[in-house]
Design a binder for this molecule. Structure first.
Ligand code: 3H9
Length: 703
C-alpha cells in the first residue's frame, strides 16, 4: 500500500488513514493514494463500511495550496472528481475528524455520508482567505446539509468553528468523548450504521437550501456587502455559487462551482493571497537561527509607560495568560492607564467578545508599580515611553541596573536607533526592538528589530513570544523607521508634494483607496497625528536629508495646530469622523507652491498612483538590498498588517512584481527626468531594482 495511506481491515470495516504530514494536504499523490484505497475497500466483499481518519491525529487542512496555479492542482484524480466518486460508493463512509478539517479536508468529510469529531476539532472552509471559494463541492453540499444562510456565513467568514458549533449546525453527527477515543467511536458508529442497515448516504436535511429566504435575498446581500468587499472577487464568487446551490440540482451546481473555482484560482487576487499565506509561514524562519536553539523562558513581563501604547502592549500578555507589570512615574498616570485597560476589557464584555470571568482573569494578571525595583524578577521588559532617544536611553540605563541577568530588554521605538539605545547598557546582546502598532492590543503586526549585537536566542525568543500573543512578528534590521516607517517616508513625501503641485488631498487619497488600501496616506497622517509625524520628522531632519519643499506643508499644518482628527482639522476638516476637503489647505498649498517656485497643474490619477506607489516600492527594494528586510515577502507582511495595504494585492513587493519591475523602473526614471531638481533628488531607482530589471528578473530578491 502507498506510504501516504494506512490501510487496515477490521471485521467488516476498512480503516483508511491519511498519512501525509504535517497537515494531510490533499495534493495529487495523496488524492491518488486515497482513491486507490477507497476503490480497494469498495471492491473487497469483506468490507461493508469505511472509516476515514488522519493517521497522525489530524484529519486534513484541505487542498495542497502550493499546487494552485500549477498543473498539479487538477492532475488526476482531481479533488472534485475524487469526492464525486466517494459519494457514489454504496458502502457507508464515516469521516473521523481529528483536530481539524479545513477547506478540501471538510469537503472530503462532506462527501462521506457520516461525520464524527472530537472535542477540540475545528472545521471550516477558509478558502476565501486565499481568494478562492470551496471548489470540491463545499458550496453545494454544505447548504444542503445546514441551509444556505448558515453555509454562506461560514464560507464568507472563512474562520473555523469548534466541534460543539459544528454539531449544533449539523456538520457533525457526533462528537467523541475525547481525542483518544475518536477512532474507536468512529468504528462503533460505522458498526451501528451497518446494524441499522443505514443508507450509504442519508437524505440531505435541506433539499431546498434557500427554504425561507426571500426571493431577492442574494441581490440584497450583495448590495449590503459590496462596499466592504471593495474589489475582492472571491466573496462575489461564493455568492454566485450559493445562488446556484439554491436554484439548481446538485450536479449542475457542482459543475458551476468548478467553473467559478477555476476563475478564482486563475485570478491575481488569489495568487496574491496565496503568496501572503506562505509569506506568513516564511516570516517565522530566520536563516541564521537553528530550529533547536534553546529559548529563554518568558513567564513574567514588564511594560514601562502606561499610556495608550503601554496599556495596549500589556493587554496582549494578559490575554495570553502571562502576568504583566506596568510601570509609571506618577500614580495618577498609572491609575489612568489601568482604568483605560479595564474600560477596554469591559467594552469587550459588552460586545460579547469576552466572558465576564475572562475579564476577571485578565485584569488580575495586570499589576502596576512606580518602583523599578519591582522589575527585578521579570523575564522581559518592553519600554513604551516618549519617542525621544535621550529619554529611552535613561530608561535603559535604569533597566540595566535593576533587571536580572538574562532578562530581555526591549524598546517599542517606532523609528529610533535600537543600537544607540542598547549601547547605554552593559548587555547590548539582550536588547531588541519590539515595535507594536497602535492600537497595540488590536494590530497584528510586530516589527522585531534585531540590533547589531542582539543575541540569536533573544531574537528567537521574541519571535516565538510574538506568535504566542497572537501577533505576526516580522524581523527588521536597524535603520530609521525600520521597514514600515522608513517606507512610509517616501510614500508620504509624494503625497505631500503632489498636493503642492496641484492635487487635492482627497484626490490623492481616493487614488489609494481606489486601490483598496484601507486609507489614503493623508487621512492616515490625520489619524496618526500631524504632530506625531512632525516630531518624528523633526528629530530626524538631518538623518533623512530632507529638501525643504514637501516638509513645508506638514510643518505649516503643525504650526497651525492642525494635528489631524484629534483637533478636528488636519489635511481635512472633521465633523465627528466625517471627512471634508478644506479649501484652507488648498490655499496653503497654493501659497507654499508659490514660495517654493513649484508650478501647479492638474494631476491625474495615474500620476498619483505611480509616484506614491513606485516610491514606496523603490524604498522596499532598497531595504531588501541593505539587508534590513530578510526577504521581499516580509516587506509585504509589514505593509499589509501595519499600514492597511490590501492583502489581495499581496503587499507592495508582490504588487510590483505583478505590475512588472521594468514598468516600475521606467516610471521612476520618467519622473526623475520630468520633475526637475525634485525628480533628480528623489526619483533615484534603487540599485537592486535596476540590477533585477537588467538581468530580466521578474521576482524581487536579493541579487
Ligand atoms: C482548498 O482546500 C480548496 C478546495 O476547496 C478545492 C480544491 C479543488 N497546503 O500554518 P502552519 C503547511 S484551499 C499546503 O505553520 P499551524 C504550511 O505551509 C485550502 N501546505 O501550522 C507549513 O509548512 P512549512 C484550504 C499547507 O499549526 C505547515 O503546513 N485550507 C497547508 O500554525 C504547517 O502549517 C486552508 O486554507 C495546505 N492546505 O496551522 C488551511 N496547510 O512548515 C490552511 C498548511 O513548510 N492552513 N500547510 O512552513 C492553515 O490554516 C494552517 O496551516 C493550519 C495549521 C491551521 C492547518
Amino acid at each position: 500500500m502507498n506510504p501516504l495511506i494506512h490501510y487496515h481491515v477490521d471485521a467488516e470495516l476498512a480503516l483508511i488513514g491519511l498519512a501525509r504530514p504535517p497537515v494531510n494536504a490533499l495534493g495529487q499523490p495523496l488524492r491518488a493514494a486515497l482513491l486507490e484505497a477507497c476503490e480497494q475497500a469498495q471492491a473487497d466483499p469483506a468490507v461493508r463500511a469505511i472509516v476515514l481518519y488522519g493517521a497522525n491525529g489530524l484529519f486534513s487542512a484541505g487542498a495542497d495550496i502550493s499546487e494552485f496555479g500549477t498543473q498539479a492542482s487538477c492532475a488526476a484524480p482531481d479533488l472534485p472528481g475524487l469526492l464525486q466518486r466517494l459519494t457514489s460508493m454504496d458502502k457507508p463512509l464515516v469521516a473521523a475528524l481529528g483536530k481539524l478539517a479545513l477547506g478540501g479536508g471538510l469537503e472530503l468529510a462532506l462527501a462521506c455520508g457520516y461525520r464524527i469529531g472530537e472535542p477540540g476539532t475545528r472545521v471550516g472552509l477558509p478558502e476565501i482567505n486565499l481568494g478562492l471559494l470551496p471548489g470540491a463541492g463545499g458550496t453545494q453540499r454544505l447548504p444542503r446539509l445546514i441551509g444556505a444562510r448558515q453555509a454562506l456565513d461560514l464560507i464568507l467568514a472563512g474562520t473555523p468553528v469548534n466541534s460543539e458549533t459544528a454539531l449544533r449546525l449539523g456538520i457533525l453527527d457526533r462528537v467523541a468523548k475525547h481525542a483518544d477515543a475518536l477512532l474507536d467511536e468512529a468504528c462503533a458508529f460505522a458498526r451501528e450504521l451497518l446494524g441499522d442497515r443505514a443508507a450509504a448516504r442519508p437524505d440531505v436535511p435541506y433539499p431546498d437550501p434557500a427554504g425561507g429566504l426571500p426571493d431577492d435575498f442574494f441581490e440584497h446581500f450583495l448590495e449590503a456587502n459590496a462596499p466592504r468587499w471593495k474589489s475582492r472577487l472571491a466573496p462575489r464568487l461564493v455568492l454566485d455559487a450559493l445562488q446556484a446551490a439554491c436554484r439548481w440540482p446538485l450536479t449542475e451546481g457542482l459543475a458551476h462551482e468548478q467553473v467559478l473555482f477555476k476563475q478564482a484560482e486563475d485570478s491575481r487576487q488569489s495568487a496574491a493571497l496565496r503568496h501572503v499565506f506562505f509569506a506568513e509561514r516564511e516570516a517565522a524562519k530566520v536563516p541564521w537561527i537553528e530550529a533547536d536553539l534553546p529559548l529563554r523562558p518568558i513567564c513574567k513581563v514588564a511594560v514601562i509607560g502606561a499610556g495608550t501604547m503601554g496599556g495596549g502592549i500589556a493587554m496582549n500578555f494578559a490575554n495570553a495568560g502571562i502576568p504583566v507589570i506596568l510601570l509609571e512615574r506618577q500614580q495618577d498616570a498609572l491609575d489612568r492607564g489601568i482604568a483605560q485597560i479595564n474600560r477596554n476589557y469591559a467594552n469587550s464584555v459588552k460586545r460579547g467578545k469576552l466572558a465576564p470571568e475572562q475579564l476577571e482573569q485578565r485584569t488580575t494578571l495586570i499589576s502596576g508599580t512606580l518602583d523599578y525595583a519591582d522589575l527585578r524578577d521579570v523575564d522581559l521588559v518592553i519600554e513604551a515611553v516618549f519617542e525621544k532617544l535621550e529619554i529611552k536611553q535613561e530608561v535603559f540605563r535604569t533597566l540595566d541596573e535593576v533587571c536580572k541577568p538574562g532578562a530581555i530588554l526591549a524598546t517599542n521605538t517606532s523609528s529610533l536607533d535600537v543600537d544607540r539605545i542598547a549601547a547605554v547598557t552593559s548587555r547590548p546582546h539582550d536588547v531588541i526592538g519590539l515595535h507594536f502598532f497602535s492600537p497595540a492590543n488590536v494590530m497584528r503586526l510586530l516589527e522585531v528589530v534585531n540590533g547589531r549585537q542582539t543575541a540569536a536566542d533573544v531574537l528567537a525568543t521574541t519571535l516565538k513570544l510574538g506568535r504566542t500573543i497572537g501577533k505576526l512578528p516580522v524581523v527588521s534590521g536597524v535603520c530609521f523607521g525600520f521597514i514600515g516607517n522608513r517606507m512610509l517616508e517616501p510614500y508620504a513625501r509624494e503625497a505631500h508634494r503632489l498636493v503642492l503641485e496641484g492635487a487635492s488631498p482627497a484626490q490623492v487619497d481616493n487614488v489609494l483607496t481606489g486601490l483598496d488600501l484601507n486609507m489614503g496616506v493623508l487621512s492616515m497622517l490625520d489619524l496618526a497625528g500631524i504632530d506625531v509625524n512632525f516630531l518624528v520628522r523633526d528629530a530626524n531632519r538631518t538623518a533623512i536629508n530632507h529638501d525643504d519643499s514637501y516638509c513645508r506643508l506638514g510643518d505649516e499644518l503643525y504650526a497651525l495646530g492642525r494635528y489631524g482628527q484629534k483637533t478636528g482639522r488636519g489635511f481635512y476638516l472633521y465633523d465627528d469622523r466625517e471627512r471634508q476637503e478644506d479649501y484652507e489647505v488648498i490655499a496653503l498649498a497654493e501659497r507654499l507652491a508659490g514660495e517654493l517656485h513649484i508650478p501647479r497643474r492638474p494631476i491625474d490619477a495615474q500620476e498619483i498612483h505611480d509616484r506614491c506607489l513606485f516610491m514606496l516600492i523603490n524604498e522596499g527594494i532598497q531595504l531588501l538590498d541593505e539587508g534590513i528586510a530578510l526577504r521581499a515577502s516580509d516587506i509585504d507582511l509589514v505593509w499589509i498588517n501595519g499600514y492597511g495595504f490590501p492583502a489581495h494585492l499581496g503587499g507592495p513587493m508582490h504588487y510590483a512584481e505583478q505590475l512588472g519591475l521594468d514598468k516600475v523602473l521606467r516610471g521612476i526614471e520618467h519622473y526623475r527626468q520630468t520633475l526637475g531638481a525634485y525628480g533628480e533628488m528623489w526619483f533615484q531607482p534603487a540599485p537592486l531594482l535596476a540590477r533585477l530589471v537588467a538581468a530580466g528578473k521578474t521576482r524581487i530578491e536579493r541579487f
